[in-house]
Design a protein around this ligand. Structure first.
Ligand code: MF3
Ligand code: CO
Length: 271
């Protein structure tokens, strides 16, 4: 618009690589979720994802990122994000958020899921995860050419508000642009006003990642320098996808089905 691009706009070839990275992340998260069973450690969850990333010939993006020591983040119960995998033993009903990133030919994918260890948890935790996932998909639906980053935040926050009282939208952490690096401009907050913020153009890619709690929006960082926990001790959920903005609609690079948009249709719409 001003002859100068503020954000990285991808070519179709670059988005093909991001799609490949996104599918590696999707498969790694599926394996990690399957490894989230009673008696397993959070290190076991990390190993399950690491195996998929290695088998795909991809590179883990978290390992070594600002010194981060693992390939996924495993955040349990009151841990919101950036939990470091280790000897912690998981129990039935634990609410476990798993965040994973991978690189293919220099292009990044980043996604997170929340799962109940053993496939069941208390009703409030189960609902929290559902609401967070719903908020993610509302944000994704708003990620259209010509819309703004504020539209996405508004969609996320209003979905959480509509779910009822008592949910907190974590303060101080946001989604982000993604492409040749994991974290790029623009920030993609989980709150926003319609029509405000940077405008989305075809070929941009962003990671949308609501982090929602069962009480409060304040967090603390543990002495390990990484693990972010809710200040109230309430449980939290985290869902994330990497999304490409295309004229045919949001292309969810880290969802196996592309978020309902076929790869060929998405790529063709980009020219
Ligand atoms: N993937 C996280 C995010 O969603 C960041 C992970 S930080 C790391 O933005 F250090 F663990 F890599
Ligand atoms: Co992210």
């Amino acid at each position: 618009m001003f002859g100068r691009r503020r954000f990285e706009v991808k070519t179709t070839d670059q988005l093909r690589h991001m799609r490949a990275a996104g599918l590696v992340v999707a498969n790694a998260l599926r394996a990690a979720a399957a490894a989230t069973s009673p008696g397993a450690t959070t290190a076991d969850v990390d190993r399950a994802a690491a195996r998929v990333i290695a088998d795909a010939g991809a590179k883990p993006s978290f390992l070594g990122y600002h010194g981060y020591p693992a390939q996924v983040c495993v955040s349990v119960n009151d841990e919101v994000i950036h939990g470091i995998p280790g000897p912690r033993v998981l129990a039935v009903g634990d609410l476990v958020s798993i965040d994973c990133g991978a690189i293919v030919r220099g292009w990044h994918g980043d996604a997170a899921v929340t799962v109940a260890c053993g496939g069941r948890t208390d009703d409030a935790s189960a609902r929290l995860s559902e609401v967070t996932k719903e908020a993610l998909w509302a944000g994704i639906a708003a990620a259209r050419v010509g819309a703004t980053v504020g539209d996405i935040g508004h969609a996320v926050a209003s979905t959480v508000a509509a779910a009822g009282e008592g949910y907190g939208i974590v303060d101080g952490f946001t989604g982000h642009g993604i492409g040749s690096a994991m974290h790029m401009d623009p920030d993609v907050p989980n709150v926003g006003r319609p029509g405000r913020g940077p405008r989305l153009v075809a070929g941009m890619a962003i990671a949308i990642e609501p982090m929602i709690t069962l009480g409060g929006d304040d967090t603390d960082t543990l002495s390990d320098g990484w693990t972010v926990v809710t200040s109230t001790g309430a449980r939290a959920a985290h869902w994330e996808h990497t999304v490409a903005i295309t004229p045919a609609g949001p292309w969810v690079l880290t969802a196996v089905d592309g978020g309902g948009l076929a790869d060929g249709v998405a790529l063709a719409s980009l020219g």
